[in-house]
Write a protein that binds this ligand. Sequence first.
Ligand code: EPZ
Length: 417
Amino acid sequence: MGGAKNAAVAILPAALLADSPCMIDNLPYIDDVITLADILHEVGAKVTINKKGCVSIDGSTVTNHRAPSDMVKRMRASYYLLGVLLGKFGRAEIPLPGGCEIGARPIDQHIKGFEALGAKVEIEHGVVKARADRLIGNEIYLDVVSVGATINIMLAAVKAEGSTTIVNVAKEPHVVDVANFLNSMGANVKGAGTDTIRIKGVSELKGCEYTIIPDQIEAGTFMVAAAATNGDVVVANVIPKHLESITAKLLEMGVEVIEGDDYVRVKGVERPRRVNVKTLPYPGFPTDLQQPISVLCSIAKGTSIIHESLFDHRFRHLEELRRMGADIKVEDRVAIFEGVGSLTGAQVSATDLRAGAALIIAGLTAQGVTEVENIHFIDRGYECIEKKLARLGADIVRLEDGQTLLQAVSSNIAMIR
Ligand code: EPZ
């Protein structure tokens, strides 16, 4: 598997906090990372690609506390520039972010944290303007467990005067990875991965070398693809502990999952058993795998239920699965699946990153050819997904006009790196 997207999109901007260059390895070659590198360049950082997946970032040349609106709107994680530029300069002006349309995605908790550190924050004409003469450590209680707010507040607090305690934080692997990166630069961040993070502000941060953790969501996506096609797949270069919730659900569905030190082997079944899933912050079942596993629920024996507890509009892919013959009812944030024997190929459209991945998996299981449109969403978060799947025996090609044709075949044993 490649490097974790949701760690990479935070660690790249975080590198600007150092007064000398950072070298970051195992970056996924995906559109969000490319866009972010362009944004960092725009604010004045020196970004050098050393080799595929490895960049050097020198934040010492950054002078601009504003980021370009057109690029920022292409992705959600551009909001990390708020915490970084506020932490570096005491000022930041960043347009409200874009990103997957999966429901309301406010940033009130981010702002609550910045204000607790002494910043004045206003939103004018869609631009978040934050400024502080001094950032002073404080106790911050998050009303909602938020990956973005946890990371953004850490970024602003690592160079604040005194100590900061953030309570009710997100515990995702990528949150821990960002904290580890900050500590590699000389920050003093403790407790990442627990409910409370404690930070002691330091006066300066130095460049470092860092390797990003493997992507738990990409790995989970391929695990579901193997299960859905009755395949037998080894997903290599993973941290099995990060995959425990998806492994548990696949085992419940009758899928065989064998864990190694840095791989998982997934052996599918003719027809998975029904399951109930509720998405929760880590270590609960990740909302980013809700859409992929909904394909398995569509073809499972019996009635499955998915409760999407984090986002209020993350079922848009279900309409597309219905086109392929799925039998799904939606009541508010609960989807009820009456499993069918198999899906049938159709022309479908990706509506966001993980919805697109789910539709590719649906196409791999379906009888006949499926065409997935708008795959630019998928390219934001998956590196060459069709090449990795083709290596597993999938008959999948990318058409020049931005669509992907799929043919359903079962996968066989292979290593995905
Ligand atoms: C991150 O989004 C990920 N994106 C998302 O992954 C992921 O789905 C999400 O975390 C949950 O794990 C990145 O890391 C770039 P949140 P984020 O703040 O930070 C509410 C993908 O497919 N909330 O943890 O935006 C929010 O509305 C993407 O890779 C507030 O109310 O998610 C949601 O209901 C999609 N106020 C809940 O918290 C705030 O200030 C969790 O959101 C912030 C969040």
